[in-house]
Write a protein that binds this ligand. Structure first.
Ligand SMILES: NC(=O)c1ccc[n+]([C@@H]2O[C@H](COP(=O)([O-])OP(=O)(O)OC[C@H]3O[C@@H](n4cnc5c(N)ncnc54)[C@H](O)[C@@H]3O)[C@@H](O)[C@H]2O)c1
Length: 457
């Protein structure tokens, strides 16, 4: 098998992209996964997940990226191992470390017979305290070796977003390194110096600090999203108020910054909601009531309800009780639907109106959505097909393809007397829509749709 520079355990959505970036920057990488299908695909240089640029990088990888299901090969054939296995949320919102422990145990046992130093890099999201309290003792127990003498440990979480993983890995704003000692941190920093195409801020600290920093960052970002959405709801009540002009002004101030300050459906995906909830639980266990993250979660759940009510009201007043929803993944360019707001809206619409007819379209996520809703909703074969099913269109994702509505809507207007569009991202240009289209942009006055009735909230 020969010697590899690095090994990556867990070749899923994040792991395979991380490994591909290492290979792209000249490392020889050995991957390990329990999924044989993934291993076969990687060994044929075929992308096992949908992610922009991944196939391009794999095409260039040649024999420098090999994968196996045999954990025995990892410790023997590499000196630095990255762990990128799932850490699903538990009922109490903390992260499960079961997969990490299952992945670490056989490698720790193999470390027993290794003379050279080995660096274990945990990339998976963990609850603060996990690495020092649980994972390092596990490695020491099964290897009978000493931390910082025979092996080192780093915590190195990523802050990527699906659909943009490769760019996020090659050009991060910041590389977070929690280190068991300087030697471990130096080795990991050297890798990032070679891999990153920009010069990111390298944040080195203790392992526990890095564990806290990882989830705190997402708590902060979700707080910004929530603030923008609250501001958007206020603007919907006031004629003339323009949400994007307001947030652009706020974002221009250095103290605020423009990122994730757009009203929309971004409290979603595999990281934001669960990191936010995990922080709340972590703080609570430390005796601190983190009301900010509690409020963020509450307000976003409320926002889904508020949005569903708006759609239900429009469906009730429509002729065929139908709605067309464009955009189902939690964001553009990914098939991932975990914690997607569209999915939650569909779930609630089905629950609250038994007669509703829902037609959906997404460029990548249709198969995943079918697994959830089966025959209860209609799966359109194109944007046009989806639009043809109703006179109420919901744009739940700012996908560039959805701009086709600018010209597509005209032909549908011939059949429908009036079309209503709920545009969550203000993706369409009002000037490009016929006057018979009622274009409801979030963060803009919605007139009688919102009304001014008091809500129970
Ligand atoms: N996906 C994201 O956007 C993202 C972003 C930041 C952090 N993370 C974190 O990264 C971790 C991985 O996330 P993901 O989205 O890549 O998950 P994933 O489910 O897409 O992939 C995990 C992979 O690990 C493999 N695996 C499971 N147990 C294993 C074992 N014992 N040995 C070897 N392989 C094993 C699975 O077969 C799978 O291929 C999680 O902790 C997640 O929170 C994910």
């Amino acid at each position: 098998m020969g010697k590899f520079n690095l090994s990556v355990v867990g070749l899923g959505k994040l792991g395979v992209c991380t490994a591909a970036c290492f290979v792209y920057k000249g490392y020889k990488v050995l991957g390990l996964d329990i999924n044989k299908k993934t291993i076969n695909l990687v060994n044929q240089s075929k992308a096992p997940v949908i992610e922009p640029r991944l196939q391009e990088l794999l095409d260039k990888s040649r024999s420098n990226f090999r994968a196996t299901t045999d954990s025995k090969k990892i410790i023997k054939n590499s000196d630095i191992t990255f762990f990128i296995v799932p850490t699903p949320s538990k009922k109490d919102h903390s992260f499960s470390d079961e997969c990490l422990k299952a992945a670490l145990k056989p490698l720790a046992q193999d470390l027993k017979n290794k003379k050279a130093y080995h660096l274990f890099v945990i990339v998976s999201t963990v609850s603060p305290g996990t690495i020092e309290k649980k994972l390092i003792p596990l490695i020491e127990k099964y290897s009978a070796k000493k931390l910082n003498k025979d092996f080192g440990v780093c915590y190195n979480p990523e802050f990527i977003a699906l659909g943009d993983v490769i760019n996020g890995l090659l050009k991060p704003d910041m590389v977070l390194i929690g280190e068991s000692d300087k030697r471990a941190g130096d080795k990991l920093e050297a890798i990032y110096k070679r891999v990153c195409e920009n010069k990111p801020y390298i944040a080195r600290m203790s392992i526990i600090s890095a564990e806290i920093a990882k989830i705190s960052l997402n708590v902060y970002v979700t707080m910004k999203i929530t603030f923008a959405n609250t501001l958007g709801r206020v603007c919907e009540k006031i004629e003339g108020a323009e949400i994007d002009k307001i947030t652009a002004a706020l974002g221009a101030d250095k103290r605020v910054s423009p990122y994730f300050l757009k009203a929309g459906l971004s409290y979603a995906g595999p990281c934001f909601p669960r990191d936010n909830r995990a922080f709340y639980i972590f703080a609570k266990n430390c005796g601190v009531d983190a009301l900010l993250s509690k409020a963020t979660d509450y307000l976003n759940r409320f926002y889904v309800q508020y949005t569903t009510e708006k759609i239900l009201k429009l469906v009730k007043n429509s002729k065929n009780k139908a709605v067309s929803i464009l955009g189902l993944a939690y964001k553009v360019n990914t098939p991932e639907i975990e914690e997607s707001v569209s999915i939650e809206i569909i779930r609630r619409l089905l629950l609250e109106n038994k007669n509703i007819k829902i037609s959906v379209y997404d460029p990548l996520a249709m198969e995943n959505v079918r697994k959830i809703f089966g025959e209860r909703i209609h799966y359109a074969s194109s944007i046009d097909h989806c639009l043809s099913q109703s006179a109420l269109w919901v744009i739940a994702q700012p996908h560039p393809e959805f701009k086709k509505i600018h010209h597509l809507h005209k032909k549908h207007l011939k059949k429908q007397k009036r079309i209503t569009i709920i545009d969550f991202w203000r993706h369409l240009e009002p000037k490009k829509l016929h006057r018979k289209v009622r274009h409801l942009r979030t963060g803009h006055f919605h007139g009688e749709i919102n009304g001014n009735r008091n809500r129970k909230s």
